[in-house]
Design a binder for this molecule. Structure first.
Ligand code: DAH
Length: 352
């Protein structure tokens, strides 16, 4: 049984392995060429192309199998057989390459058509931040006075009683202290209620002439409303020198207001009282037709203050003012509620 099967299969093999004639080979090559062309015509993408390549040129592909039959030909026929097989192989390889390029090009065009860019569309808008309106106003005020020859000084926000009150001629139990409702830190320290204590610190550390401004935060125990905030900003100004008078003070203020606001604003001086100035004044500003708004207290430095810091009031005189930064901003932009400055609402801030 087993032997029979071996004998049978050998016979079959022998019949199959009958050497091919050249004519047969040429016919097979033609068939294969036709089959290749038909297969190629069906190919539309890179994957199908690769599959076709493997089917014809792969290790077990149709053409590869034919090539391995070369050795069956007698030596004198082999060159011819080799030539026609190689000719087909080149044809197929070239066609694969061309088709590959074609597919790539088509894929590229498809993507170009799909991913269409409209270069006329507006770009993405990323808003740029800018300085807070109060900072803008402070810098502008500094700039105006620096051009007039003033230095910018600073002092601590946590002050002691002495600098905030006593040295400014406001002794304990003086009724004027009530004007500055204070946040006390301990028995003798408080959040400064105004920038005036910097006057004392500067005069104690310099000889006259002194010409400074000092911008900074101030604190008062006020209930917030449209015109009051427990934290706000002032710019203090102090000029001490031989021969200064109220006329110089008035000129400086007028010149400053003119430079800051330009035309269209009115200014009004009136008498006031501060323990550290004599005489004292307050300055109101209004936009033409608008309501008057007090922007500063001012006056000639009281001789008692000059004496306190070691200056001789017979030799030098001085003047000073304390200006509200918020008020300046409110006047400039017509803002009616001081609380808007501290709410960090972008809709408000982005207007400046
Ligand atoms: N310090 C005062 C206040 O906050 C304002 C002031 C008035 C400042 C007169 C001065 C001045 O320098 O001379 O109410």
């Amino acid at each position: 049984m087993r032997e029979w099967r071996v004998v049978w299969s050998r016979a079959v093999l022998l019949s199959i392995m009958q050497p091919m004639t050249l004519a047969e080979l040429e016919r097979k090559v033609e068939e294969l060429r036709a089959a290749w062309r038909a297969a190629l015509a069906e190919v539309t993408d890179a994957e199908a192309l690769e599959a076709a390549r493997i089917r014809f040129l792969g290790r077990k592909g149709h053409l590869t199998r034919l090539l391995s039959s070369l050795k069956e030909f007698p030596p004198q026929e082999r060159p011819h057989a080799g030539r026609i097989l190689n000719q087909l192989k080149r044809e197929i390889s070239q066609a694969i390459e061309e088709k590959g390029r074609e597919i790539e090009q088509r894929e590229w065009e498809r993507r170009l058509a799909a991913e269409r860019y409209d270069f006329t569309l507006p770009g993405k808008w990323r808003p740029l931040g800018h300085l807070h309106p109060l900072t803008q106003v402070r810098l502008e005020i500094e700039d105006i006075f620096m051009r007039m020859g003033f230095d910018v000084a600073s002092g601590p926000e946590v002050e002691d009683d002495y600098h905030n009150f006593e040295a400014l001629n406001i002794p304990e139990d003086h009724p004027a202290r009530d004007e500055w409702d204070s946040f006390y830190i301990d028995d003798t320290h408080l959040l400064r209620t105004h920038t005036s204590p910097v006057q004392i610190r500067v005069m104690k550390s310099r000889k006259p002439p002194v010409r400074i401004i000092c911008p900074g935060r101030c604190y008062r125990r006020d209930t917030p409303d449209a015109t009051h905030s427990p934290v706000f900003h002032q710019v203090e100004l102090l000029w001490v020198e031989r021969g200064l008078t109220m006329a110089h003070l008035k000129w400086i203020i007028e010149e400053f207001v003119r430079r800051f606001f330009g035309p269209g604003y009115e200014m009004r001086f009136s008498a006031d009282f501060f323990p550290f100035t004599e005489p004292s004044a307050q300055v109101h500003i209004r936009r033409e037709g608008g309501p008057w708004l007090e922007i500063m207290g001012a006056g000639m430095v009281d001789p008692a203050v000059l004496t306190e810091v070691g200056y001789d009031p017979e030799e030098v005189t001085g003047f000073a003012f304390g200006l509200g930064i918020e008020r300046m901003a409110m006047l400039r932009w017509g803002i009616e509620d001081i609380r808007l400055f501290y709410q960090n609402d972008i809709r408000f801030l982005s207007q400046f």
